[in-house]
Write a protein that binds this ligand. Structure first.
Ligand SMILES: Cc1cc2nc3c(=O)[nH]c(=O)nc-3n(C[C@H](O)[C@H](O)[C@H](O)COP(=O)(O)O)c2cc1C
Length: 218
């Protein structure tokens, strides 16, 4: 059990290409049934999931994602770190292919994930010199559990956040309830390729003793 979990943690890479094999509702429900055991602040479980099947809605989601993707692609191409705190970007959007957006109608599973802000402990919500981030800790473990639960069934997927930048336009399309944030769109399906060799920084690049300016742990 321990080895299987460790193996999954170390090898679950993002999957953006899917075979045409469908994923039935029972499988999606089983994935969500596993993922609901994710932790959240105060165990308030603020997640809501829309399983988006309607091709017209998907198309419109894609249309709302595309300008954000092009904004990202343009910034990256010009050497900026797109959407980073405290960094302004002076670069035009760039058209670039994106399998998820280009083929959103045929991706086997598209999940829009929302979070009920009234149920989230946003411990840094009163901080003014930077964006609040701690609330995300009550929703993104759930999203990651969806991806791991999918992997356990031989599926792959990826978490995306394009739509959050266009939340105002996406809200009526998806019937986003009041006081909810649109936090992610998850894409799932049978992978054309499951990347298991992941490029991640070593522990000694981020772990220190006592203080963040302390000695390296290793
Ligand atoms: C918060 C978050 C936002 C992400 N947004 C996107 C996205 O908008 N589009 C996308 O293709 N991948 C997105 N990803 C996936 C990351 O690009 C991926 O996890 C990372 O590059 C590692 O890739 P790997 O697992 O293949 O090594 C996102 C991942 C996270 C955790």
């Amino acid at each position: 059990m321990e080895l299987a979990l460790t193996g999954a943690l170390r090898t679950t890479g993002a999957v953006r290409g899917f075979t045409g094999e469908p994923v039935d509702d029972a499988t999606v429900a089983a994935i969500l049934d596993d993922a609901r055991f994710a932790p959240s602040g105060g165990n308030r479980q603020p997640w809501r999931v829309a399983v988006v099947k309607d091709p017209a809605i998907r198309r419109q989601m894609g249309a709302l994602m595309r300008p954000i993707w092009e904004e990202y692609a343009g910034a990256q191409a010009a050497g900026y770190r797109a959407f980073a705190f405290g960094k302004s970007v002076d670069a035009p959007p760039a058209a670039a292919p994106n399998m998820l957006i280009d083929e959103i109608e045929t991706v086997p599973v598209v999940l829009a994930v929302a979070a009920d802000l009234r149920e989230m402990a946003i411990m840094d919500g009163n901080v003014t010199h930077r964006p609040a981030v701690v609330g995300g800790a009550s929703i993104y473990p759930f999203c990651w559990s969806v991806l791991l639960a999918a992997r356990a069934r031989g599926l792959g997927g990826v978490l995306t956040t394009f739509l959050s930048r266009n939340e105002a336009a996406a809200a009526p399309l998806l019937g986003l309830p009041e006081d909810h944030a649109l936090v992610a769109t998850l894409f799932l399906g049978h992978p054309t390729h499951q990347n298991t060799k992941l490029a991640r920084k070593p522990v000694n690049s981020f772990a220190t003793v006592d203080r963040f300016d302390g000695n390296s742990l290793q």
